[in-house]
Ligand binder design. Structure first.
Ligand code: ZN
Length: 244
């Protein structure tokens, strides 16, 4: 089975479509996993929700999903994120907000745990530091976990001796899933933050037991125009050009 892992889509329909096209071209996909933040920041939240739901999928809640659903307040959001969350809520119907509201904090799929932030703070924690990685490993009940939230692709492995090391994960890097434990972040589809503006996603092949990172170009200018036309904060359009 081929599973596309699309984290932090952030209502960027052009990026999501480009990622899906890219994966379809290389052999199709059987499932979609979304480690949170289908919406927020971007200009097409309803279409992104509909496209995700058109696939057999597993999604967990991100902070932006719950803010748009009205389940959490935006008191801890930065001003641009809070403004976008209010705009997003206004774009969604009752049924769509209900879909976001019912997303679980954590989902288990075989050897994998999906969570947006971390197991100790499912929608809020950015797992980027070694102490945060070690805390995640301590709480993991499956061999692997898949995170989003930081919009930075990486792999962190825990050796048999308990040593933990993090590696950058770049376009085309194929990894054979190890016996040891692994934390996986596929980067962000709709708002990459590692300095590369291309959409990021991972493809997990459960037959080969491999997982590969891909970066895909999409029409950034078109998305920026939609963000400006929607009167969303201009900074949300600008940052897409830089992958920040
Ligand atoms: Zn996000």
């Amino acid at each position: 089975m081929r599973i596309l892992i699309a984290a932090d889509i952030h209502a960027n329909l052009d990026a999501l479509k480009a990622v899906l096209r890219h994966a379809e071209k290389s052999g199709g996909i059987d499932r979609l996993w979304c480690p949170g933040d289908i919406v927020g920041y971007g200009p097409e939240p309803a279409s992104c929700i509909a496209l995700v739901r058109s696939y057999q999928h597993v999604a967990v809640a991100g902070n932006h999903d719950l803010a748009a659903a009205g389940k959490i307040t935006t008191g801890d959001f930065n001003p641009a994120a809070a403004e976008a969350a209010a705009w997003t809520a206004g774009q969604l119907g009752y049924e769509e907000r209900g879909y976001l509201a019912q997303l679980p904090d954590v989902a288990f799929e075989g050897d994998f745990t999906l969570v947006h932030g971390s197991l100790r703070a499912p929608i809020w924690e950015y797992v980027l530091s070694m102490p945060a990685m070690e805390a995640q490993f301590r709480l993991m009940e499956t061999r692997y976990s898949v995170l989003g939230h930081s919009h930075v692709p990486f792999l962190t492995e825990e050796g048999d001796d308990g040593r933990v090391w993090m590696s950058n994960w770049q376009d085309g890097d194929l990894v054979n899933l190890p016996e040891s434990r692994l934390i996986i972040n596929p980067g962000g589809v709709g708002q990459p933050r590692d300095g590369d503006p291309r959409a990021a996603y991972a493809l997990y092949d459960s037959d080969d037991r491999t997982i590969t990172l891909h970066r895909v170009e999409y029409d950034v200018t078109a998305t920026q125009q939609k963000i400006r036309a929607a009167d969303l904060p201009a900074s949300l359009a600008d940052r897409l050009a830089y992958g920040q």
